[in-house]
Write a new protein. Structure first.
Lengths: 387, 387
């Protein structure tokens, strides 16, 4: 096991009554809050009104900026930074899914920084301080509500890059599973794929001594496999929605990655799909992850065998390791299909073949991942396998 | 799933290099720290010297109070409170296992309180503030390093009571698995039983919608079942020691109890054994937990069946639910025996029969637990089953 630090101070307020805490918790964001959200669904659902009312009841002054799109854009982040500076905002309350939260984190990092916030994403500068961020979560997927991560797309350069900083971990997150009742099946499934991918990016590691966290990863994957079909079938199944929402937070709050070397190749490979074609991140992952597995499994049989046995209950047969491992990968792909996700690039509706260019952008002149290091040629081959 | 708040801000520093952080982290305990520890093993092991050196290097001024015994005593707590007041201590650094940490928490709560610190334990007062506590952990067992709990024994009244307060959650905890190499097999096994009991007290719940946390509980139990025999066999197996140490923290940092109603009967029933006979807490749990299970399993077959199947890999046979459930309980008992623990009150060396009196103290004029509420007569019957 690798040495590690585990520090996740985000206060999670979970359940049907959790929204009562929006105002009181937002007092921790300082005297003036930027309410940051997406394209209006929170107005239709009434969440905007409840949030505004709770802020007012607690005496929290706020300004607002909506319009965050999936794969959140740098241009809106820059607008938010300017707005916060002009209005003297002291903190940001993101209401929405991962896109609203990631955009809020980018604004939070950018306000006290003199240069261009994109510097943080291209590794030109490190985040040294940030405004505090609070969250009212509506989509279980990105895990951004308790993570130090933010991913932003620069439309001008079609680059989509991530950034990690403990300064960007939200101070609180309100999670009411009822808010996810209205998520359409496709978006629900995309979220499930993202959550499972966050676990698998950690699960597939070369660190051999990760017995406990392996088992926790398997616990989370099995939970998603059981619960996701229930909410596709019945979107208002509170308990299944709650399992998924809580699993989504744990999948990406660092717990499952402690003591391990994480991988993240599939996320990086998918990011180019999203950046080039603006596909939903979870759908892209459902396409890329099985292809990545198919590309590398022969070199990593023991771990894929464990995945097949423990996550998919495929019995081990001596001498048939490869068949068992492949069966696990096939089951994953079949599961993604069964919840309505595409599992090939064609099914994403993409017919162009920019694989070499995308692979080049994904590896950024280096290699990807650690479980199996991937060159530009490897990444292009994975796009081809996913085709 | 029940509504919940999850807030665990303890910073965990884990691994071979973690002790370098003792001094720097202790700066967060204020200008003058009480170093609080047990009966001298940290002096023999060199940990005392390393801790003192790290504090000095970071410029942290400290005073000290050793002598904490297993089942930590109220009298030493009161001595510590007086010492902190006399010397103006601003925080406490506990070096040791659960006893040193629980004692440190009691002192931390007592210093700013005008009344008798025992008031908190008997429910006469609530903790409103406390000195900050840091931890250097040497025994994985109590989980006190990231929990809000402290258990203290009042020698004058032979009462052993627990207290929960978020004010008592340590601000940091240094966990170096190498420090556990010298734990004797019996103490190692007692710690394992305590860790497993912390999970089982949460696992056995009447809340039906706990799919994810059930699976995480099972992941932790399976980890303990696999790893404990390894460290009994080879006390210097770093990786197995690391799995157990990390599992011990997660078992009791609240993660596994969110969304559930916890039980805690077995702990309360065991506390009377420890209070009356000063037996090791983990050994007492190895005796009481299987007896509690035997007493109630017929009323709660589905959960005991799941326990048998998922934790002990006992195949389910239709129509043989009771046999399967009993087999799971038998396996647990057999496991405790296999790692050298007593599984009966006789094996604890106790030949007296104060069961009615102990049962009376355990229920404190009310009932115990929630999974199956236990009356005084039930508790006495469990002591008899454990005999």
């Amino acid at each position: 096991m690798q040495d590690f630090i585990y520090y996740v101070p985000t206060r999670i307020l979970f359940g049907r009554t959790s929204e009562e805490e929006i105002g009181p918790q937002s007092l921790r964001l300082g005297g003036k809050v930027l309410l940051h959200y997406g394209e209006g669904s929170i107005k239709q659902s009434g969440l905007y009104d409840r949030t505004a009312a709770s802020l007012k009841t607690s005496g929290v002054d706020f300004i607002e900026l909506g319009g965050v799109k999936p794969n959140p854009r740098l241009s809106l982040v820059q607008e938010g930074i300017q707005l916060c500076r002009d209005e003297g905002a002291s903190g940001i309350l993101a209401v929405g899914g991962g896109s609203a939260i990631d955009s809020a984190k980018a604004i939070a990092a950018g306000v006290p920084y003199e240069g261009d916030v994109w510097d943080f994403y291209i590794g030109k500068a490190q985040v040294k301080e940030a405004l505090p961020v609070g969250v009212v979560l509506t989509i279980p997927a990105a895990g951004s509500e308790a993570s130090p991560a933010t991913v932003i797309t620069n439309e001008a350069t079609t680059e989509k890059y991530g950034l990690l900083s403990d300064h960007l971990r939200p101070v609180f997150a309100v999670l009411n599973p009822e808010r996810t009742f209205t998520l359409p099946p496709y978006q629900t499934a995309c979220g499930a794929a993202d959550i499972m991918a966050h676990v698998m990016e950690r699960y597939f590691t070369n660190e051999p001594h990760v017995a406990f966290s392996d088992r926790m990863c398997e616990a989370l994957l099995k939970t998603m496999i059981e619960q996701t079909p229930r909410v596709i079938e019945n979107p208002e199944d509170y308990d299944a929605r709650a399992e998924i929402m809580w699993a989504g937070t744990i999948a990406h709050n660092d717990l499952l990655g402690r003591g391990r070397i994480e991988d993240w190749s599939s996320h990086d490979i998918e990011h180019e799909l999203s950046a080039f074609y603006d596909v939903a991140h979870g759908a892209g992952l459902a396409v890329i992850f099985p292809a990545w597995m198919q590309f590398i499994y022969q070199e990593k049989l023991p771990k894929f065998l464990q995945f097949a046995q423990r996550v998919w209950d495929i019995p081990y047969t001596a001498g048939e390791e490869e068949r068992c491992a492949l069966e696990g990968i096939r089951k994953l792909k079949e599961f993604f299909s069964s919840i309505g996700l595409p599992v090939t690039i064609r099914e994403l509706g993409i017919t162009e073949r920019n694989f070499a260019q995308m692979a080049g952008k994904a590896v950024r002149g280096s290699t990807l991942g650690s479980f199996r290091k991937l060159t530009k040629a490897d990444v292009a081959a994975i796009y081809e396998l996913a085709e």
